[in-house]
Design a protein around this ligand. Sequence first.
Ligand code: NZQ
Ligand code: ZN
Length: 384
Amino acid sequence: MNNFDFYNPTKILFGKGRIADLNDQIPTDAKVLVLYGGGSAERTGVLAQVREALAGRTLIEFGGIEPNPRFATALKAVDLVAEKSITFLLAVGGGSVIDATKFIAAASKYDGDAWDILTSRGSVVTNALPFGTVLTLPATASEMNSGAVITNSEKGAKLPFGSPHCFPAFSMLDPEVTYTLPDRQIANGVADPFVHVIEQYLTYPVNAPIQDGFAETLMRTLIDLGPKALASPKDYDIRANLMWTATLALNGLIGAGVPQDWSSHMIGHEITALNDTDHARTLAVVLPSLMNDQRGPKRVKLLQYAANVWDIRDGSDDERIDAAIAATRRFFEELGIKTRLNDYDVDASGIDHIVGALKDHGMTALGEHGDITPDDARRILEAA
Ligand code: NZQ
Ligand code: ZN
């Protein structure tokens, strides 16, 4: 196992009715800005629960954060923070609202051009406003990590950043608020954490049986519960287990001390920047093709994945790897997620654009060995 630092200060408040405990988590003298998305939190009554829990406080609200949150929208919230002397942010939503809140928290304390936060991947961040989250869509684990992804439509860029100053102080995880999610978002919320686990697992062995075993359990749980969550939308135990699985998939624990390969994510982000395809769907397109393309360097872990996640034990090495890739693709398709690039209207000129964008954004040395180049990404996309 490699050397590592593990740091995660986020407090989780999990279970039915937990939003009622919100008041105790926020300093009594805080001036709070509540941030939310395009209206689902209002429609589903989650915002009403938040307002009730915080009754008696002066709350300022900022809605309209888009899926794949936009830089320009976040900057409007940064202005509001300054204008109203806000001291605490509360994100109510999914990964997009939480990611935007992280960026707003950092940009509110940054003196230079806020775009630097993204081009530096977060290294310029030395401080951030404190914030908490009320999670309404389990998928990204943004509720328990320090990363975020922001889209700048004018620049055609979707860029990640992270900072130890951007962990949520707390996150409220009430599985009942997920009952209102449409099937498409439930499916996304199964596929995205599955690929988060894969990107921290499917590299090469470093004798880390805890991380590997934990990762395999998370994947088997997603394979088991994903279809059940779609079939039984109001089953509390299924939703509760799915919610916790998504959080654990990217809160740093399974990635500590092991090599990682975020190439499916970085290539996928460029597909979303091109045509706004849902994040999880871009991953379902890139991952099976990348697994096939990288079967040499990833051979040992691919065989371990076949055996321990899919129970594929018969046949030659290549036959078992083929079967594991086919099972992965079938899993996404059975969730209702298409896995071919042409399902998302990306043609040859779209691939040219994505490859150019990877170069422009410095994504030229991806993978656990830093040897997946934009030319390799082109081959992976052409086969996808
Ligand atoms: O905008 P509203 O009206 O609120 O509707 C949202 C949105 O349209 C809706 N929704 C959320 N909770 C709901 C609900 N509808 C009904 N009932 C509820 N309880 O769902 C739609 C999608 O929401 P969004 O937040 O965009 O989805 P998700 O959580 O999948 O977040 C995706 C974003 O997170 C980034 C992605 O790139 C993408 O921008 N990621 C962030 C990561 C991180 N911070 O660690 C890691 C991920 O790999 C990912 O890159
Ligand atoms: Zn993701």
